[in-house]
Write a protein that binds this ligand. Structure first.
Ligand SMILES: C[S@@+](CC[C@H](N)C(=O)[O-])C[C@H]1O[C@@H](n2cnc3c(N)ncnc32)[C@H](O)[C@@H]1O
Length: 265
C-alpha cells in the first residue's frame, strides 16, 4: 500500500507539545529511545557546533550500532527494498549504463550497489560526510563482488562539489539527505550542482514534506514546504519540479527534480 505522506502527516508540527504528548501516549515503547536519542544529540551538538560535524558524529554513533539502521532501515529486507525503490525509479526515468551518476550522501550503498552494478565501470561517484558509513559502503561493495566496476567513493565536508569536473554528470541523486539537512546545506548544494551537470542532466532529491510550518526535530530531521525548495533552486538559476510519480511509492518522503534547462510541460 502506498505510504506517501497523508494530509494529516503533511500538516503535523512535530515540535508542538500536543503532538509530543499524543505520540508518547500512542507509542509508550518509543519514549525511552527518544529520550536517549535526545540526550545523545544534545551532547553531540554541544561538542560539534557546525551541522556537518554534528551529523557526522550522529552517523558515527549510529553506524557503530548498525550501519543499515544508520541509513534508515530497521531490517535488512527494508534496506534491500529501499535500495530497489530508488534504483527502479531512476531506471524508469531512463538511467542507462553509459550515464554518469553522482550519489550525494551515498551511505552504505543501499541503492548504490545496484547503480554500480547497472552502470559502466567508473560511472558511479558516491560522496558522503561520514567516514564510518563509507567504510560500511566498501564492505557492501565487496559483499556484492562489484570491485571491477571501480566506483568512486569519496569523503566530503561540504556540498560545494568543487573537486568534481564541470558538465560531467547525467544524473545527480540525493536520497534521504536533505531530510537531514538545514536549509543552508541544501542551498550550498543547489548553488553548485548546476556546474557539474551535463546539458540535459538532472538532480533528484527527496525531502520530508510539510504543508504546515517548516520545522525540525533534534536537528536530525527537517520538514520543508515544496515551494521553499523550488524557490531556492530557482534562486540558484535552476528549474524545479515536484515528482508526482514518486508519491505512489512506499516511502514517506517526497521528491523534487531540478535541472538547468526548463522541463517540457
Ligand atoms: C539516511 S542516509 C541515506 C543514505 C543513502 N542515500 C540511501 O538512501 O541509502 C543519509 C546519508 O547522507 C549523509 N549525509 C548527511 N548530510 C550530508 C551532507 N551534507 N553531505 C553529504 N552527505 C550527507 C549521511 O552521512 C548518510 O550517509
Amino acid at each position: 500500500m502506498p505510504t506517501s505522506p497523508s494530509d494529516k502527516a503533511l500538516r503535523r508540527d512535530r515540535t508542538a507539545l500536543a503532538h509530543k504528548v499524543r505520540y508518547a501516549v500512542l507509542n509508550p515503547s518509543r519514549i525511552a529511545p527518544y529520550v536517549r536519542r535526545g540526550a545523545r544529540d544534545t551532547w553531540l551538538r554541544l561538542k560539534h557546533p557546525g551541522h556537518v560535524a554534528y551529523y557526522r558524529a550522529v552517523m558515527a554513533s549510529d553506524t557503530a550500532r548498525n550501519p543499515e539502521a544508520a541509513v534508515g532501515s530497521r531490517t535488512h529486507d527494508r534496506w534491500l527494498a529501499l535500495g530497489a525503490m530508488q534504483y527502479e525509479y531512476l531506471l524508469g526515468h531512463g538511467l542507462s549504463p553509459a550515464h554518469r551518476m553522482l550519489d550525494i550522501g551515498c551511505g552504505n550503498l543501499r541503492a548504490g550497489w545496484r547503480f554500480i552494478d547497472h552502470l559502466d565501470s567508473g560511472n558511479y561517484y558516491g560522496i558522503d560526510i561520514s567516514p564510518d558509513i563509507l567504510i560500511s559502503a566498501k564492505q557492501t561493495l565487496t559483499r556484492f563482488h562489484l570491485q571491477d566496476k571501480v566506483p568512486h567513493l569519496t569523503l566530503t565536508q561540504d556540498l560545494t562539489l568543487d573537486f568534481l569536473p564541470a558538465g560531467h554528470f547525467d544524473v545527480v541523486h540525493a536520497h534521504s539527505v536533505f531530510s537531514h539537512s538545514p536549509l543552508d546545506v541544501i542551498d550550498e548544494c543547489l548553488s553548485h550542482v548546476g556546474r557539474v551537470l551535463r546539458p540535459g542532466g538532472f538532480f533528484d532529491f527527496t525531502f520530508d514534506r510539510t504543508e504546515g510550518d517548516e520545522h525540525q526535530v533534534l536537528r536530525e530531521d527537517f520538514y520543508y514546504r515544496t515551494e521553499t525548495l523550488i524557490a531556492l533552486a530557482e534562486k540558484r538559476g535552476l528549474h524545479g519540479r515536484f515528482m508526482d510519480d514518486w508519491e505512489t511509492r512506499e516511502h514517506g518522503q517526497s521528491k523534487i527534480r531540478v535541472s538547468a534547462e526548463p522541463f517540457a510541460s
